[in-house]
Design a protein around this ligand. Structure first.
Ligand code: PGA
Length: 257
């Protein structure tokens, strides 16, 4: 087994203006101890309009916090009113981009094909995709959760080479657990993350599968993070609601204390 550096990311969704965003990161840094950062990556994914302000804060205060974006367009430039390219994000020192979050899939019609094009664009600019996959409630209840997640994975990774696959982060986010307060049991989350790893081994190779980090997302809170992170195939958390509280997110990041 390869050692995988855990990665804890806060997905702020469409919350906080740029002034509130600065405050949130300042408070987060205040609540975190140096050892909380050791051996793991900490990331915030604010709305686009706050990326520049937070980048400046991270740089000037030398904070060991990474910057992620929540989305991007698959083209580098062009007549795409309202869109942001991966190249623009790279210029702002963004290092990760969420691709195919379930809200993008459900509310903005992103198919696996669209998500695939975004993963390709993100990697073309030297950024790392956090590829989100997950089943809806009805798919879980009808016993199709594994099949759905495997299909999303295959569809979103079309044409991704073995060397690019090594750079991926996958976020398993059961849709029924997002923003609902319902969390997958650590056993269920582990089981699906193991399924994802097995599929990565089939698509690429065992060493690639062993190296790719898989996050769990869906109502991660200070009270459940330790048990989730204790699972052998869970290497991180993608945190929505709880990442908007500097105290809660610091407790999640500092879950090893
Ligand atoms: P949640 O969101 O933690 O509020 O459930 C997770 C996500 O959507 O990434």
């Amino acid at each position: 087994m390869t050692d995988r550096m855990p990665i804890i990311a806060g997905n702020w969704k469409m919350h906080r203006d740029h002034l509130e965003a600065i405050q949130l990161v300042q408070k987060l840094a205040y609540h975190l101890n140096p050892e909380d950062y050791e051996g793991q990556e900490v990331l915030v994914c604010p709305p686009f309009v706050s990326l520049r302000s937070i980048q400046t804060l991270i740089q000037s205060d030398k904070l060991p916090i990474g910057l992620g974006a929540q989305n991007c367009h698959d083209q580098d430039e062009g007549a795409f009113t309202g869109e942001i390219s991966a190249g623009m994000l790279a210029r702002l020192d963004v290092s990760y981009v969420l691709c195919g979050h379930s809200e993008r899939r459900a509310l903005f019609g992103e198919t696996d094909e669209v998500v695939n094009a975004k993963v390709v664009a993100v990697q073309r600019h030297g950024l790392r995709p956090i590829l989100c996959v997950g089943e809806v409630q009805e798919e879980r209840e009808s016993g199709r959760a594994d099949e759905v997640v495997i299909d999303q994975l295959r569809g979103s990774l079309q044409g991704i080479t073995i060397s690019d696959a090594a750079e991926l982060v996958i976020a398993y986010e059961p849709v029924w657990a997002i923003g609902t307060g319902l969390t997958a049991t650590p056993d269920d989350a582990q089981q699906m993350c193991a399924v994802i790893r097995t599929e990565l081994a089939a698509l690429y190779s065992q060493p690639i599968a062993d190296g790719v980090r898989i996050q769990y997302g869906g109502s991660v809170k200070p009270g459940n993070v330790r048990e989730l992170m204790g699972q052998p195939d869970i290497d991180g958390a993608l945190v929505g609601g709880a990442s908007l509280s500097s105290e809660d997110f610091a407790l999640i990041v500092g879950h090893r204390r």
